[in-house]
Design a protein around this ligand. Structure first.
Ligand code: FAD
Length: 324
């Protein structure tokens, strides 16, 4: 029997994040013919609600309150709880993003429900939803299901395909004023760092550099390659510690987790803490001058060589085929 599933949509710089569309696709399957309800918080435009519908939501609720303009766990969880009380969904799907990771345990605790976080796939076995999630830094996968109550899960970006956009789909968009009180923190201001290009956690192609890149300037060809491929630049902690690049692009256990279609690791040894953040990439290419480097044990393609020679050749080659 179909069930109602709620999806929390996340807006970044005026646009919905891809993972929100992926969450809708997951919710659609989990709902088993039931209703998929999108939820947006704050003063968001009708066009964002429409895009959730174009990607498969049946209805969208926009929860309004002046304290929802910037994320705080207190305000967001109060708003989400009011929508849950009104809607009584049987499932809630969120992206495994900074917000999703922060808010989902809070909501699960309030609802006294189970939560399966960082899922990369799921299967329907009869009425049950069995989720798969990586454990031990991606060395193993566990299958997990919620035995009772609400089905609540966060999904890792880039793992579940979103549905085809259909601009002819229509659905109801409802605005709901929510009550937010007793906030312990409020955001006074957000000063954004200048960022360019593709969002690292959702990039389809990542070019990452390690300590083997040897300098800040050494990252320029990597950035050029990333730009050429329409991808994003990433780094190991070794490179960030050496101040070759900013910690905001660190990949790994204590950095970002990425699952691109293509990961090009340049001058990265493949320490377990790095691998934890990228081992689920669909195709891994490693460039390292040490043939014994651990990164080759998880790479699909390995190039043993000096990255200062290999990367210019790759740039030249990609420019000549110019398929991107
Ligand atoms: P190195 O290990 O120094 O490797 C450099 C590589 O570059 C070598 O393999 C070398 O052969 C190669 N090389 C050198 N010159 C060239 C050249 N010219 N051409 C080609 N190859 C070349 N690390 C992370 O990345 N992310 C994390 O989130 C993270 N979290 C951590 C958490 C904890 C609690 C701890 C203890 C560590 C963590 N680390 C993390 C650090 C991790 O253990 C490694 O120290 C780090 O990943 C090493 O970075 P690296 O591979 O760039 O450097």
């Amino acid at each position: 029997m179909g069930k109602k599933v709620l999806v929390l949509g996340e807006v970044r710089q005026g646009e919905l994040r891809n993972v929100s569309f992926e969450a809708i696709a997951a919710a659609k399957q989990i709902s088993d013919g039931g209703e998929v309800v999108g939820l947006l918080l704050g003063n968001v435009s009708q066009s964002l609600a429409d895009s959730m519908i174009h990607y498969g939501a049946d209805r969208v609720i926009i929860a309004h309150h002046s304290n929802l303009e910037s994320y705080t766990s207190d305000a967001y969880s109060q708003a989400v709880m009011q929508v849950i009380e009104n809607e009584n969904p049987k499932g809630i799907i969120l992206g495994h993003t900074s917000i999703g990771k922060d808010i989902s345990p809070r909501i699960a605790a309030k609802l006294k429900s189970g939560l399966i976080s960082d899922t990369t796939s799921f299967e329907m076995i009869g009425e049950q939803v069995v989720f798969t999630r990586p454990i031990y830094s991606g060395k193993a996968f566990e299958k997990k299901m919620i035995t009772d109550g609400l089905i609540m899960a966060t999904i890792r970006p880039n793992n579940i395909s979103s549905l085809q956009k259909n601009e002819t789909r229509s659905g109801e968009v409802i605005t709901m004023d929510v009550d937010i009180k007793d906030l312990r923190t409020i955001v006074k201001d957000v000063v954004r760092k200048a960022t360019t290009g593709v969002d690292l956690s959702e990039a389809k192609i990542v070019v990452a550099g390690g300590r083997g890149v040897k300098s800040k300037d050494g990252f320029k060809p990597l950035q050029e390659l990333a730009d050429l491929l329409g991808g994003a630049l990433g780094a190991s902690r070794g490179a960030c510690d050496a101040e070759y690049c900013d910690y905001s692009i660190q990949i790994g256990q204590t950095g970002k987790v990425v699952t691109p279609d293509l990961y090009i690791a340049c001058g990265i040894s493949g320490a377990i803490q790095h691998v934890a953040g990228m081992s689920n990439s669909k195709v891994i290419v490693a460039i390292n001058k040490d043939p014994e480097a651990n990164i080759f044990s998880i790479a699909d393609y390995g190039i043993v060589g000096d990255l200062y020679e290999v990367i210019p050749l790759l740039i030249e080659e990609f420019k000549s085929v110019a398929v991107y």
